[in-house]
Design a protein. Sequence first.
Length: 125
Amino acid sequence: MGEERATDGEEVMRGTVRRIADVNAVDCPCGVARRVFSREDGGPVGIHHVTISEDAQRHYHKHTTEYYVVLEGHGEIELNEKRVAVGPGDVVFIPPYTRHAARGKLKIINVVYPPLDTADEFVEE
């Protein structure tokens, strides 16, 4: 009997496991992201593992809600010009139109709803 191969979207809807280390890293306004589950997978949220850079860019989204779960390190999150210290175990809620930037040596899981559309990423200079 032949092995059935699902597309990525079908695989996610059936349930799957992905290893963060196996996902290609891409630059993002916050640093470097591994988009473990993304829009292409067809699921309801995106899940990104992000290494925050010291020179993260402040940005916002018009249609995207994000949750940052801090896994490692210490730093701060800027939310509409208010700065808050963050560390392991902290969870940050970022609704649409919130100008934000994480700074410091941090590793986070970013839960993105709906899954990220890069056209909805507006970087401030």
